[in-house]
Ligand binder design. Sequence first.
Ligand SMILES: Cc1ncc(COP(=O)(O)O)c(C=O)c1O
Length: 359
Amino acid sequence: MSVDAVYHRGPLFKEVFGECWENLRWLFQTENAVLTLAGSGTAGLEAACASFIQPQEKAIVIRGGKFGERWFKICQSLGIRAIPLDVPWGQAAQPAQLDALLQLHPDTRAVLWQASETSTGVVHPTQELVQVVRARGDILTLVDGITAVGVYDLPQDALDIDVLVCGSQKALMLPPGLAFVSASERAWRAGERGGCPRYYFSLQREREQQTAKLQQTAFTPAISLIFGLRESLRMLREEGLAPLFARHDQLARAARAGGQAMGLSLFAQKPSHATTALSLPANVDGNALGKRLREGYGVTLGGGQDQLKGKIVRIGHVGYFGPFDIITAISALEMGLCDLGYSVTLGQGVGAAQAVLRS
Ligand SMILES: Cc1ncc(COP(=O)(O)O)c(C=O)c1O
């Protein structure tokens, strides 16, 4: 990423971008074009809505956490009639509930959800949700895969996901700043009706520019990040999809085992492979714990947001993580909890995590 920012209409950039283009399709497990945008993951979410859904159309949004709320707000801001399917935070969406809501709103044009809702550490059942949608006709499925693509097996084409969105700073192990969107023929057809008013985030324009023939972005790309992307995709290909998913699975199981062994319970009903959310005891202030870990031990864990502020702690294990990152996190958590007066036997959580990581 520290190479010169080369001319983005020249041959070297085309070569780098072309390699990324192919490898992104491998990562998304799709024959579709995977478009790269300069912007954080949210840019990809907004571009997807604006490019494939019309203002005033109905879109059902599964809202079970901070990022479900975000997609709901994006729809509202674009004039799309967003219908919430509220799921209690910590729980996974139920396909039967989606089916009932679709029956109530037969004119729904799209259904949107997170494959992994990072704020609660929950995995929604994407495969079952897509099946419910498909059974109800020509409705688009838009899936936020920001902490799912490259984390667990989510083959876009095999699952028949219309639009899949990802960002650079999670499984791709890069700094933030790139969003990736891949869309099916069904989505492109829906987009022919015009979509919402937009300029920069027109996926149609990007598609024209980024096809295998041109290998260019419509506007100046985030050149350094794309050089980084080439390398991170090479690293992922070297690792292979099955080992990549197995690594995330094992790290997640170790984090869960460690947390549970120190007496904490899992917040998520169906826990994600990207992050482990642990409920804190009522007498432990999560904000004080976060500060203690950061300032006392140099370890940063995620906290809860909004209604979960101070109530959960989240251990990240998406992307550039290995066994000792989990051991470190669990060990620091034990020490921090002890410091705040919570009774925990030091080493118990670490031992449980080690047992998973050895196997
Ligand atoms: C599931 C999910 N969706 C959306 C976002 C927002 O992405 P960004 O912060 O890159 O805009 C995040 C960020 O963590 C996320 O985890």
